[in-house]
Design a protein around this ligand. Structure first.
Ligand SMILES: [Zn+2]
Length: 426
């Protein structure tokens, strides 16, 4: 079976698409024990006698297809389920998987990804291939689905998942937290946070979730989170989801990470100062570029990271600090001094998260802004509107930008995105 995406070999399957996930999970924090049932509504994209899901390191006890017990084999990272009466192309299947165990991160060329135990709780950081560490899924960035979560934890812990908190049921010392994510979401963007958190509202539909002892108001990197959201909505078009939550863990984290409708930061990212504030801007920008508009294949990661990096410079400009042009000339100088052996539009999986992808991606956008002038932001707003909650490619972006200029965009993009040498500064 060919890999769905060569950057994450062995993950994903192209013969079916998942329309919805329902995850009923029970978690014991003290022992890191997870017991769950995943219910997936699947559409066959091909004649289907088997559904191959991605699931790592957890034990499957029962599988049902359309209510009937099904045969399955779970080896390595694949759960292969036999579909007794073949599904026709376009046919729908309901797959239920009962599973349990002690989730752990998935080793990968990107380091361990997915489920991560904290000192007193859990987070999920699944980019790009960590989703199977906690639920059976079709682990492809371009297979977006709706999600429902019902997560039971001991009282005293708060659960944060994607989307909207619908209800909380308390029962004999345990609470079930119900979330729903209606806008389609890629599996790697599904997350769970469990911790002793409190919530602070920062404006309508913007909140910070943090340990009680961590201050989050004025004088921190999050002080202008709500203004930042408004500024980005002006530049990029309406915020694509109902709510935005920044979760700050009690533990320090190496890097923050985006998920759909929320971002994760460590306690070390709270202090005031540009280095933290630019990360707050970066993760927020991913709601448009990465989460609402998600790459079809990971080789196009610059469509996430280049845009998020450029958004840091745009926030700098919007908040009265250095202009994007100043950042662009500084980073052009810095990139010029580094090896020119990376092709932005095909960095290879080892260099997929190389900082040069971020900075050169941002410089590419700056070059387009110089070319398009006043039409740059309308172009960007149409890009986010016409591809909202969907998937994108570099080719689609080139075709889109071409509508806004007489300049040959394909040639311009070619020098920035598909050639290794650094084009001259703008
Ligand atoms: Zn990023």
């Amino acid at each position: 079976m060919p890999a769905a995406d060569p950057y994450v070999p062995g993950h994903g399957n192209r013969r079916y698409a998942v329309r919805s996930y329902r995850l009923d999970l029970d978690y014991k924090v003290a022992t890191n024990h997870l017991a769950g049932r995943a219910v997936l509504e699947i559409e066959a994209l091909d004649e289907l006698d088997q559904v191959a899901l991605d699931l790592y390191g957890l034990n499957v006890s029962r599988v049902r297809v359309d209510g009937r017990q099904a045969r399955y084999a779970h080896r390595e990272r694949k759960l292969r389920i036999t579909v007794a009466s073949k599904a026709k192309r376009g046919g729908r299947l309901k797959v239920e998987v009962d599973y349990a165990g002690k989730p752990r991160p998935i080793p990968s060329v990107f380091g361990p990804v997915g489920w991560e135990e904290l000192t007193d709780g859990v987070l999920v950081a699944a980019q790009p291939c960590g989703a199977p560490s906690w639920f059976p899924c079709n682990d492809r960035p371009d297979d977006k689905a709706r999600y429902r979560f019902a997560v039971t934890v001991p009282d005293g812990y708060r659960v944060i998942a994607n989307g909207r908190l619908e209800a909380r049921d308390k029962r004999s010392g345990r609470t079930t937290w119900h979330y729903r994510q209606d806008e389609p979401m890629a599996p790697y963007l599904a997350v769970l946070h469990i911790g002793r958190y409190v919530s602070t509202a920062l404006g309508e539909n913007v909140e910070l979730v943090h340990p009680r002892g961590v201050g989050v108001g004025a004088g921190t990197a999050f002080a202008r989170q709500a203004d930042m959201l408004d500024a980005f909505a002006d530049l990029f078009g309406p915020y694509p989801f109902g709510r935005y939550t920044a979760v700050i863990t009690e533990d320090e984290l190496e890097i923050p990470l985006e998920a759909q409708t929320l971002s994760t930061f460590g306690a070390n990212h709270v202090a005031d100062g540009w280095e933290n504030e630019r990360l707050v801007a970066h993760e927020l920008a991913h709601q448009w570029f990465g989460n609402s508009l998600t790459v079809t294949a990971w080789k196009d990661i610059w469509l996430h990271e280049g845009f998020a990096c450029y958004s840091e410079w745009l926030w700098s400009e919007a908040s009265g600090r250095r202009s994007a042009a100043e950042w662009a000339s500084e980073y052009h100088r810095r990139l010029a001094a580094l090896p020119h052996d990376l092709v932005l539009g095909a960095p290879g999986r080892e260099l997929m998260f190389d900082d040069r992808v971020y900075k050169r991606g941002a410089l590419t956008l700056h070059a387009l802004r110089c070319e398009l002038g006043d039409r740059f932001f309308p172009m960007l707003q149409d890009w986010t509107a016409s591809n909202r909650w969907s998937t994108v490619t570099t080719a689609a972006f080139v075709a889109h930008v071409q509508r806004y200029t007489e300049t040959d965009v394909a040639s311009l993009i070619d020098t920035w995105v598909y050639r290794a040498p650094l084009p001259p500064p703008r």
